[in-house]
Design a protein around this ligand. Sequence first.
Ligand code: FES
Ligand SMILES: [Fe+2]
Length: 374
Amino acid sequence: MGREGTGELFVRDLWYMTALSASLKRGAMRREMLLGEPVLLGRERDGTVFAMRDICPHRGAPLSAGRILANGAVQCPYHGWEFGKDGVCSLIPSLVEGQDMDCSRIKVRSYPVKEQDGLIWVYVAARPGAVPKNEPPKIPSTDSGSIDQENSGASAETPRRNFPSGRATQQKIRWHETQLFRCSIDHAVIGLMDPAHAAYVHDHWWWKRKPRVKEKHYAPLPTGFVMTAHKPSKPAYSLLGEVTTEITFELPSTRFETLRGRLFGRTFKIVGLTVCTPRDAENTDIIQVFYFPWWLGFILPLFWLLGPTFIGDDRKIVELQREGLKFNPNLMLIQDGDQPAIWYHRVKKAWLESTEKGTEFVNPVQERVLRWKS
Ligand code: FES
Ligand SMILES: [Fe+2]
């Protein structure tokens, strides 16, 4: 039994999935809260996405309420100061001749941004201006064609970083759903990886089956852990024939579920990505996206029908949980069923220490088999 979860709420020097590409049109910008900070997320007319602190250094107006000019600069709505997407001030319109002033000494914090596979990732550095130490995860190709070629990469037992990089093709989002959970990132993450709640929270005929003992193998990943590939027990998966599933979790709050199978003579992958994006201390967006090959399109109605309900179950339970948490009770983490949550707290603590002291991160997770009933 353990009590964990004290210390800093947010981890930095990591990429946060902030928005879906399709939600940000060319020439548009808006405020996105991220780790309690107001971030302007914008897209230039040439398609480039950028992010900067959404507070004008002059008098605090939200820059996102201004506009993107033809030259690509962001213009503040209050006195028209202009900023490049690197956050450097390029013009103060009120200055007249003779009032020499180097505007480029005025800067707004800018954030590194990466856009790939229909997703916009923003890097939140512990020290503003620091260069990213790592890359956001890439989505692997989901259609491996007509022959069994699936054995080239990592085997089920090989722990690895989320997915191999260096591939130029972009994967297409087939389904997505975002719901705002009124809880901290910690409760959102723990709810996501909690194996013991399904029978009670997702109490639907299409998901349920009689509780039984589960035994799952876990291994460490660079900044998290993986439940290695196994046959899923839920009947809902049987639609896809014989499949295996592998579930990874890595900091800050990135969970991948990869289903691998073979149908109509073709091997396939279905990749589900779930992120918990902390907007502030008490609000966390759960963003779920799925990637799969076009010829599996017949499964889409299932996502439309069941997806929002399923995520909504988790949202409702954390809302209910608030009724207890507001009295700030001590909480418990019990045995193997809560081991993923214990690991989450430990990985996070080790990461916080490493970013604070500038030392190398050492993953505290050890390979293990966990047993629980659900
Ligand atoms: S507040 Fe932005 S220019 Fe004055
Ligand atoms: Fe759940």
